[in-house]
Design a protein around this ligand. Structure first.
Ligand code: NOJ
Length: 557
């Protein structure tokens, strides 16, 4: 068995995220499977990562890509068996790689046994969900919107009552105020711990603490305060921690936080609070939302991205919290399209963005395909998109009066399917993913694939170096963060300092050549990593488009 992950270690971890449905299909079904991951372990191990976060592969009707769990204790037969899972965990451990499972504990699928029993009239299970009578006027219990569009309430059978679903109507929110629900959640986590799992990602975990009284919001009022970061969330997490993963000194936990704040994330991840190790937050991925609206198509402004990342880096550092660092995941379009240039400067912008993420204070996550610079697929019709959110958004935009072309352009820029296309292993039509028909169509594999990268591509090698460096330099894993020239409109720079080691990270977030002044003591420094060959370091550096440089100086006492 390989070495188990250590608690001290998560700050120097690099975590790789796999969307199993899209990684590698060994059966020809068109859907990725666990045996496919086992087959690719040599590739994964070659990256040097420490742990894999797997998107959920529990039994699910797959209405929301497995985030609609019908049975927390079994593997979805479309993806594998429990034997496959055990073999996967064992083989990864032999390679020194841990497993992080995705725990979807805010809601269950409406096909879950608990919901079905509740529907059949079982009072015990009715109290597992959030069921309310209609409002006094006979309408829905509140005016809340689901995060996937439309009302957040659906009829509870033919009872005349409604159940809450913050996401799809097939994802019913659980009632965490009920201690029996909390006990079940503990049981689920402990079941997987008993199978040797140390890592857990908790899906939208800051919405588990709903207010006792759920009310309609007044016009212009945001109702989220009634279900986001509520005062009970901390207590629920402390209970989960004390009764499950917190008993394991090697556990690594991350909570996904929806519409949260720095203060709350400090509380969730400050070790003194015994809740979670780290948090995913999303403010930095809303810099290309027009007036806070995801379904808009505007280019980001580098200064907004810098300011947001800086605010979170400083705020979390001050409160002794810990960020999970990322630009890509299964819910986000590819970062090269969004913040870089997928055509002229794909290699440069992919490596520049990687530098920014890996050098910030926190634990970096690499979403499969990011390490080879995968880009959004080139789809031309809404029919190419599978995701329920994209389809709902398209229809909503049409209802708002946009024409089909306008609605499509917007959906294409933000759809979650952008990152869910199959992992591109080679340049064959089905990208080495499947011998069948892929469930989601790949489009741009000719020049972007693992085989090509392994034969001298620059992005993969650069990621491997970033991962190696974080294990060699405490300034990267645990160093103090300070911004440098924060108001520069295009260049984001910051220092990371640990004892006598000081790094200056400089990334050009634009396609412009920029003359950039650096402090004199770095002008004589060593180049730790750079994405252009042989950079000339001087008091003023001539930065190329999307250039990234990390300089190291020795602090003279
Ligand atoms: C966040 C997950 O990342 C997303 O994919 C899912 O749709 C929602 N939570 C609901 O579970």
């Amino acid at each position: 068995m390989g070495k188990p992950p250590t608690k001290v270690g998560f700050r120097e971890y690099a975590i790789y995220q796999i969307y199993p449905k899209s990684f590698r299909d060994t059966t020809g079904s068109g859907i990725g499977d666990l045996r496919g991951v086992i087959e690719k372990i040599p590739y994964i191990a070659s990256l040097g990562i420490d742990m894999i976060w797997f998107n959920p592969f529990f039994v699910s009707p797959q209405r929301d890509g497995g985030y609609d769990v019908a049975d927390y204790y079994n593997i979805d037969p479309a993806i594998g068996t429990m034997d496959d899972f055990d073999e996967l965990v064992r083989t990864l451990a032999d390679n020194g790689i841990g497993v992080m499972l995705d725990m979807v504990l805010n809601h269950t699928s409406t096909e879950h046994e608990w919901f079905q029993k509740a529907l059949a009239g079982d009072k015990k299970y009715q109290d597992f969900y959030i069921i309310r009578p209609p409002a006094a006027d006979g309408g829905l219990p509140t005016n809340w919107e689901s995060k996937f569009g439309g009302p957040a309430w659906a009829p509870f059978g033919d009872t005349g009552n409604y159940y809450l679903h913050l996401y799809d109507p097939t994802q019913a929110d659980l009632n965490w105020r009920n201690p029996e629900v909390r006990d079940e959640m503990v049981k689920i986590v402990n079941f997987w711990r008993a199978k040797g799992i140390h890592g857990f990602r908790f899906d939208v975990i800051n919405v588990i603490g709903k207010a006792a009284e759920l009310k309609s919001s007044a016009p212009g009022e945001d109702p989220r305060y009634m279900y986001t970061d509520g005062p009970d969330v901390n207590a629920y997490l402390q209970q989960l921690n004390a009764e499950s993963f917190g008993q394991d000194p090697d556990s690594v936990t991350v909570g996904e936080m929806s519409s949260t704040s720095i203060q709350n994330c400090v509380e969730y991840s400050n070790p003194d609070n015994h809740e979670l190790d780290m948090v995913f937050s999303f403010h930095h991925l809303k810099v290309d939302y027009l007036n806070g609206q995801k379904w808009s198509n505007v280019r980001f402004n580098p200064i907004d991205l810098k300011r947001t990342l800086n605010e979170w880096a400083l705020g979390m550092q001050e409160g002794n919290g810990w960020n999970a660092l990322f630009l890509n995941n299964h819910d986000q379009p590819r970062s090269v399209n969004r913040f870089g240039d997928p055509t002229t400067y794909r290699v440069e912008s992919a490596t520049m963005l990687a530098t920014m993420i890996h050098m910030l204070r926190g634990t970096p996550y690499i979403y499969m395909g990011e390490e080879i610079g995968m880009t959004d697929p080139e789809y031309h019709s809404i029919d190419d998109y599978v995701d329920v959110e994209a389809r709902n958004a398209y229809n909503a935009l049409i209802d708002q009066g946009l024409d089909a072309a306008e609605a499509f352009t917007i959906v294409r820029s933000k759809a979650r399917d952008n990152s869910r296309t199959p992992m591109q292993w080679d340049d064959s039509p089905n990208v080495g993913f499947t011998t069948g028909t892929p469930w989601l169509r790949p489009t741009n594999q000719e020049h972007i694939n693992v085989a090509a990268e392994e034969q001298g591509g620059k992005i993969l090698a650069y990621y491997k170096k970033l991962i190696r460096l974080r294990k060699q330099h405490l300034a990267i894993s645990i160093g103090e963060y300070q911004p440098y020239q924060l108001e520069h409109p295009q260049v984001y720079a910051f220092t990371r300092t640990h004892e006598d080691e000081k790094l200056l990270v400089i990334v050009n977030l634009s396609d412009k050549e920029i003359a950039y002044d650096i402090p004199a003591d770095f002008a004589t420094g060593e180049v730790l990593i750079a994405n252009y060959p042989n950079p000339t370091v001087a008091d003023t550096i001539q930065l190329h488009p999307y250039e990234a440089l990390t300089l190291k100086k020795e602090v003279v006492a």
